[in-house]
Design a protein around this ligand. Structure first.
Ligand code: PEP
Ligand code: MN
Length: 289
């Protein structure tokens, strides 16, 4: 791991994201929600912005439940060029309307340099998706913005590659990065990806950054989402990002992994209980080692 060209004085290749680079852990304030603080943070919403009715229906449910952060992509990186690519600027306008109407913080993805500034104006937390985890120009651009960045792990990325991708953002001047484990490609093909539970405590040991879990893209099947989410919380995740849709069967992307809003709320309640349990046994990662 340690190429002498890029280690710090203590031999750590993670010069800026490393756990020895600041005292304690970083907590990132996103629209009043502290991610990486003592409480779990939740981000819910559909995969993509499809229409006003669709985002408003989910947002209403989320806001009523007390969750403060809403996710949905206006720009969708899709495997096939023929799949729904997102509504683009129109989608961003609908996200602004969600924010205004429901007082929710917006989490949405930036996919390229051309549209980064537009996303930056609307988002409270900018997602860099798995497919762009090593898009170094995009990472550098994210390093120049004053919004926090949610950096998903690439489908085939090692822990070191993921953390060095975060290092790109910090090295350009933006310290507010949240890591997100969303499953990796393995030979196991029942679930969409393999949820790498162990990478959550590993990323927390090696860095000072908050780490959240995305069980939706890890599982790819709704019946696996809640168990994976709870495993992520038990492993020390600081929060969860979960896809939620009022009519999953007609979703334009990722409907098969979307929870109904009431299922999302059930998950939130279960997750709180797991977190309480961890707190009651004082199971923080430092004590586990
Ligand atoms: C998403 O969040 O909808 C998404 C495309 O995620 P990922 O980059 O993890 O596939
Ligand atoms: Mn999705």
């Amino acid at each position: 791991m340690s190429n002498p060209d890029y280690v710090n004085d203590s031999g750590n290749p993670f010069k800026l994201v490393g756990s020895d680079s600041i005292p304690g852990r970083l907590a990132v304030d996103v629209f009043g929600v502290l991610i990486g603080g003592p409480e779990l943070a939740f981000i819910g919403g559909p995969c993509g912005v499809e229409s006003k009715d669709q985002v408003f229906a989910v947002a209403r449910y989320i806001a009523d439940s007390g969750v403060k952060l809403f996710r949905a992509g206006a720009f969708k990186p899709r495997t096939s060029p023929y799949s729904f690519q997102g509504l683009g600027p129109e989608g961003l306008a609908l996200l602004s309307a969600v924010k205004q109407e429901f007082d929710l913080g917006i989490v949405t993805e930036a996919v390229d340099l051309d549209t980064f500034s537009d996303v930056e104006q609307v988002a409270d937390l900018i997602q860099i998706g798995a497919r762009n985890m090593q898009n170094f120009a995009l990472l550098r651009r994210a390093g120049h913005c004053d919004k926090p960045i949610l950096l998903k792990r690439g489908q085939g990325a090692t822990l070191e590659e993921w953390l060095l991708a975060a290092e790109y953002i910090l090295s350009e001047g933006n310290p507010r990065v949240i890591l997100c484990e969303r499953g990796i490609r393995t030979w196991s093909n029942y679930a969409r990806n393999t949820f790498d539970v162990s990478v959550i405590p590993a990323a927390k040991v090696l860095t000072h950054l908050p780490v959240i879990a995305d069980p939706s893209h890890a599982a790819g099947r709704k019946e696996l989402v809640i168990p994976c989410a709870l495993a992520g919380v038990a492993a020390g995740a600081d929060g969860l990002l979960v896809e939620t849709h009022c009519q999953p069967s007609s979703a334009l992307s990722d409907g098969q992994q979307a929870l109904l809003p009431n299922e999302f709320l059930m998950l939130v309640n279960h997750a709180f209980k797991i977190k309480k349990c961890l707190q009651s046994i004082n199971a923080n990662i430092e004590l586990c080692f």
